[in-house]
Ligand binder design. Sequence first.
Ligand SMILES: Cc1cc2nc3c(=O)[nH]c(=O)nc-3n(C[C@H](O)[C@H](O)[C@H](O)COP(=O)(O)OP(=O)(O)OC[C@H]3O[C@@H](n4cnc5c(N)ncnc54)[C@H](O)[C@@H]3O)c2cc1C
Length: 404
Amino acid sequence: MTGATIKRDLRTGRSLWADSPGLGIPVRPLKEAISVDVAIVGAGISGAFMARELARDHSVAVLDRRPPLMGSTVASTALLQWEIDLPLTALSDRIGAAKAKRAYLRSRQAVDDLKRIVAEERIVCGLHDKETLYLAGDAYGHRALAAEADARAAINLDSRHLGPAALRDAFGIDRTGAILSGGSASGDPARLAAGLLRRAAADGAKIYSPVEVVEAVSDPDGVTLLTDIHHPVRAGAVIFCSGYEFPEGVSMSGAEVISTWALATKPRTPCPRWLRDTLVWEASDPYLYLRMSRDGRLIVGGEDEASPDAHADKAKLKRKCETITRKLRRLLPDLTFEIDYSWAGAFGESATGLPSIGPVPDLEHCWAVMGFGGNGITYSVIASQIVSSALRGKPDPDADLYRP
Ligand SMILES: Cc1cc2nc3c(=O)[nH]c(=O)nc-3n(C[C@H](O)[C@H](O)[C@H](O)COP(=O)(O)OP(=O)(O)OC[C@H]3O[C@@H](n4cnc5c(N)ncnc54)[C@H](O)[C@@H]3O)c2cc1C
């Protein structure tokens, strides 16, 4: 038998989405030992996509030590992008052009798949198609972005370079250049995940909370999860969708947990018309990003810091939000706004901007899904596709891109 203990870790703050209405997820306590085809550890957006996908043809239990969605999902600013944190040109240098191309095209497909799933399941989560404006900054200047736009166009991605005059005319932004891309979206991550979990529950999945998984022990026939309430869960396969709280023994090579900050203004903040349909982020380190919600809030974030627990520091929250506000005013000087929410959370960063999705080494029948990066939600979709295909005996052709 092989085993792994599960580490307890981090999260903080109350975000805008903690107040989302209509989450209505059917949750139950674990009152006895159970046995299922698949146990999913974590009821965040990754566990939700996974449960919806697998509940159609497996018996599924989702286990969370908190109420569902209260990990990083509730903190997410939910820019639903196919653009990867590392530009295509830089990713090509790192992993080779062919793999980088596949990674970008897979992300592009995943955002379309997310939109299709929301439509099919009729999930009301404020999903809205958006363009993305990627501004030149101190990490990638206008020449690098021009080369990036060409590289994307060469693989048929909908991206075009804007020079400073075009950027000023269309968006009133004073930068040396930008890339404008089609095909992204935004939405309410809590209502999205809740809708997916409700769908999974309608297909028979059972969602148990609060239950902490403290150890996983595998054998040739399956896995036994030991829990803090002493009722074990036996499963043919276990998928750790535990966000930035990694199971011990799972490799984190090339990745680290960092802290990030975000704020939301009051509803109906007066903003230029284009901002309703556009996600904005910049090629800087640390970077600033922003978008509008359906009720007219500006949601702005960034100021990432390479510390796994700085997000818990209340004084820092104030300082970081002041910096974000200052940067926002510099970018869009005509905006007037009042801040309604500010929060911080743990976040993942990998050297390639790609997530880690794959079997847990030395723990048979166990998978771990770690959606690193600024587009973690896009990766939650991809993870549900890769793991479900593997469990159905049809390996996904892109699985190698994300293998730890
Ligand atoms: C401020 C912020 C902004 C972000 N912005 C974006 C964005 O704009 N776009 C984007 O795509 N992504 C964004 N992200 C990233 C995105 O939110 C994450 O990738 C995503 O939420 C990860 O979801 P998850 O389900 O994998 O993890 P989580 O939501 O953290 O869920 C993991 C769950 O596992 C449970 N758990 C952990 N260990 C155990 C255990 N041992 N037993 C039982 N339960 C356990 C936890 O309680 C938790 O509920 C942002 C993140 C933050 C913090």
